[in-house]
Write a new protein. Structure first.
Length: 304
């Protein structure tokens, strides 16, 4: 073969696509990992659907659709329909807290020292739906904390409910578990721990607070110091404890002593549960109406 024939041979150029393959060849791994993750999530959801009740499924749906804990409406399905796990001491639950012979039922580990009571939170009128969610979320968070291992035994001393005024917590005595020592105004360690938890939750919302002290019907007298003074001083002591946990002083709408005029257990005036501290987180419209009424009372009428 001559040199000219060699030059006339076709030139074949082979292009190497290695860089292109390296760039795209690993994408299938990412897609496969996403697929496996999605399948795991799917089977987890299917397992939840098969092992939970209807109300629990609604609560799970509320949890994933809410942007924060204050958007969780416990009374509308979240957290088992807003049912309170904290005992109540009023007439509605008297049959739950007393046996047929009038005594207190024995608690055991199976009942977790807590008596459940159902409450229809939808029946409580509230103009602002966002504020309703806030109150129900506060209630749910307090219930959750009181069911913890550290607080479960203290939950026997609390009633928690939504009222037309707002969210009310009644922290009351039980036999052998007082909130204050007889005639004393400083909280026992038991009450201090409860107020620490309550104050931590209340510090997350802007609403005003009312703190009221109550005694039982047994007359207390130390000179001119009686049940009215004792209940007022105990309420002030609880106020100071709440302020130490983050509830700012400007949110204290009212601090009052009620003595024995508003018993929790009406048919038993000396029942230890009547000795209590009531903490009410007020609705904003209730506060606005109260301030407007006070302004009207303080405005002098023009001369006629």
């Amino acid at each position: 073969m001559s040199a000219d024939d060699h030059l006339k041979r076709p030139i074949i150029i082979k292009r190497h696509h290695g860089d292109h393959d390296e760039e795209h060849g690993g994408q299938w791994k990412i897609a496969y990992a996403d697929f496996v993750t999605a399948m795991m999530a799917f089977f987890l959801v299917m397992w939840l659907l098969s092992s939970t009740s209807e109300s629990q499924r609604e609560g799970i749906a509320q949890f994933f659709s809410a942007s924060s804990i204050l958007d969780l409406p416990s009374g509308n399905g979240a957290l088992d329909g807003g049912r309170s796990v904290l005992v109540a001491g009023d007439d509605r639950q008297d049959s739950l807290t007393r046996t047929e012979d009038g005594g207190m039922p024995q608690q055991n580990e199976a009942s977790e020292a807590v008596i459940s009571a159902s409450q229809d939170t939808e029946s409580v009128p509230m103009r602002d739906p966002i504020e309703r969610q806030r109150f129900e979320a506060m209630k749910a968070e307090l219930e959750r904390q009181m069911q913890s291992e550290a607080m479960r035994e203290l939950a026997q001393n609390i009633q928690l409910e939504l009222t037309p005024e707002g969210l009310r917590l009644q922290i009351f005595d039980r036999d052998g578990a007082p909130m204050f020592l007889p005639g004393a105004t400083e909280p026992t360690p038991r009450l201090s721990r409860i107020l620490e938890v309550v104050g931590g939750v209340l510090a997350t919302v802007p609403n005003e607070v009312v703190v009221a002290g109550h005694t039982d019907a047994q007359a207390f007298s130390r000179g001119q110091y009686g049940n009215w003074e004792l209940s007022t001083d105990r309420a002030n002591s609880a106020r100071r404890a709440l302020e130490r946990t983050g509830v700012t002083p400007d949110r204290m709408f009212r601090v009052e002593g009620k003595a024995a005029v508003e018993p929790l257990v009406r048919e038993a005036p000396n029942d230890p549960r009547n000795r209590r501290i009531a903490v009410t987180v007020l609705r904003s419209d209730v506060v606005a109406e109260a301030r407007a009424a006070a302004a009207r009372r303080n405005t002098p009428e023009p001369w006629r």
